[in-house]
Design a protein around this ligand. Sequence first.
Ligand code: PGA
Length: 247
Amino acid sequence: MRNIMRVYLLQSPGNIAKAVLEKIKETLSKVENPVLGLATGSTPLRLYGEMIEDYKNGGFSYKNVTTINLDEYVGLDGSHPQSYRHFMNENLFNHIDINMENTHIPNGVAKDLKAECARYSRLVTANPPDIQILGIGSNGHIAFNEPGSPFNSTTRVVDLTESTINDNSRFFNSIDEVPKQAISMGIADIMKAKSIILIATGTSKAEALKRMLTAHYAEDSPASVLQTHRCVSIYADESAAHLLPKN
Ligand code: PGA
């Protein structure tokens, strides 16, 4: 059975950030100990900026919020400037009233990576996010679940594809510095979220967005799995949506 996905087409990434923030506040304020699933990359940066501004202006408090991030590079510890722990601290956590102990990101330098993945999968199972924020890769990946990732995958170490290494090399001094592996929440773990918000902005996401929404549900298009989730909202700007059918 195909579930209905709500698609919101907004004019700009700024409008999307504001709309998603309102949705987060509305949903989390109804829950006693809310869990928010977070993502890294360029896409959520505006949203995190809105969250910080809202908090500083006396808006939503994150005191009781637990966050669970999607992924981390293997081999980068939290002090590395390109680690996702560092990204989250710098771009969100250090600027709001969240308890750092309640912020979860896989440990990319764990001695036993397999045990770390199993621990993380148990964490997600025990604390399914009330909302999971997702971006989408230009190749259709969600988190670091690259094309071909099994839909029943749980958190595990994955090899990054050339296309993802290329996309992410803009954050590093050279492409050789981009880690080749990551710990990624698996597709089955992502699907445990009670609701999912996927944000797609910019022309580089247009093809992946079109495929996710219109192509057959298949593992070569990881984001297409969302067609089977019970509560998904997609927020796209005009550039990302320009290849979508008009009706
Ligand atoms: P981006 O990455 O936000 O940096 O474009 C999105 C993703 O790979 O999920």
